[in-house]
Design a protein. Structure first.
Length: 331
């Protein structure tokens, strides 16, 4: 009877590592194990050193053992980030307490959030700040696409200062706003700039210093939507936004030209909308039910995992559209 229960529990644990639960492939999971386990062990040893206030007094391996190995901790964190399951669900599968799962998720989520964002065709290089994104775009000649997104969060308690700051004027809900940067093929380069939902998209990136980045790197270009029209006015040769709608008394030719210019601009930047849609595949990015203080870490951890997969997509080269005769006209 006991052996049957152990076999059943092993099946449950193995099922949690399936991509349907954890959101990453088997190969990606193995790469994360190799990359993050040394970092996690170093953090644990550093924490023990701080608590001891000195060097180790006992032999290595002494003391209580971890109830969850690093692989188990990584899997339960990915399952929580992907599905939004409570801590009790994986705790039952692993036969531990929900507090043990909660501590494991808090540890691994921090490590995942500090990884940064993968870069296409540059293994080992990761972007962690807005300055890194603009430096990469300038060096590689990448035209950036940026777009804002909102995630519903829990309403702050009554009486707290700044309670109205999270009420989005667009969605009429309590939200946190983020900004995503991608290249022309929709591969995520950066996602962050977390601000309360009441703040305008353009104000959010300006408080992060995007205007200074455009001034320092005049060769970097970006395509945006109408919410960033102020950046277009300030940097007309770098930032491209949809054209303004002509007046009702404009001629038919002007209206047709506006429709075509608007269609072309939307077609060029629709890839960043698809990038934001990838974030919505993870449950916390559709509706975040945790503490708002942990939203930034959760968002960065999920976005970093998405960038890993996006960076592996092959780069599509743009072909010339110049017309060439198939044969000599004289012949």
């Amino acid at each position: 009877m006991l052996s049957a229960l152990l076999v059943e529990r092993e099946r449950e644990v193995t099922a949690l590592s399936h991509p349907a639960f954890c959101g990453v492939s088997r190969q990606h999971l193995g790469e994360l194990l190799d990359e993050l386990e040394p970092q996690w062990q170093a953090r644990c040893e550093g924490g023990r050193h701080d608590r001891r206030r000195g060097a180790r007094r006992r032999q290595a391996g002494a003391g209580p053992k971890y109830e969850l190995t690093f692989r188990d901790r990584l899997v339960v964190t990915l399952v929580h980030l992907r599905t939004g399951l409570t801590h009790e669900a994986p705790a039952v599968a692993y036969g531990v307490g929900s507090s043990t799962v909660g501590r494991a998720i808090a540890e691994i989520r921090t490590v995942l959030a500090e990884r940064g964002f993968a870069v296409p065709d540059r293994p080992g290089l990761r972007l962690r700040t807005l300055e890194d994104v603009f430096a990469y775009a300038e060096a590689e000649g990448v035209a950036l696409r940026l777009d804002g997104a909102e995630t519903q969060v829990r309403r702050p308690r009554a009486g707290r200062p700044g309670r109205r700051a999270f009420v989005s004027g667009k969605r009429r809900q309590n939200t946190i706003k983020t900004t995503t940067f991608s290249d022309g093929q929709g591969r995520m380069l950066f996602s962050g700039v977390e601000r309360p939902g009441r703040m305008h998209d353009q104000s959010a990136v300006r408080t992060e210093g995007i205007a200074e980045q455009f001034r320092q790197r005049p060769s970097v270009k970006a395509k945006v939507d109408s919410g960033y029209r102020g950046l277009t006015k300030e940097f007309p040769h770098q930032v491209s936004a949809p054209p303004k709608k002509p007046t009702d008394d404009a001629c038919e030719g002007e209206k047709r030209a506006w429709h075509e210019a608007r269609r072309r601009q939307f077609s060029a930047r629709i890839c960043v909308e698809h990038t934001n849609a990838e974030l919505r595949l993870w449950a916390p990015m559709r509706r975040f039910t945790g503490r708002r203080e942990t939203y930034t870490q959760t968002h960065r951890a999920i976005a970093g995992l998405i960038s890993d997969r996006a960076a592996k997509r092959p780069t599509r080269r743009e072909h010339s559209t110049e017309l060439v005769l198939a044969r000599d006209a004289a012949s």
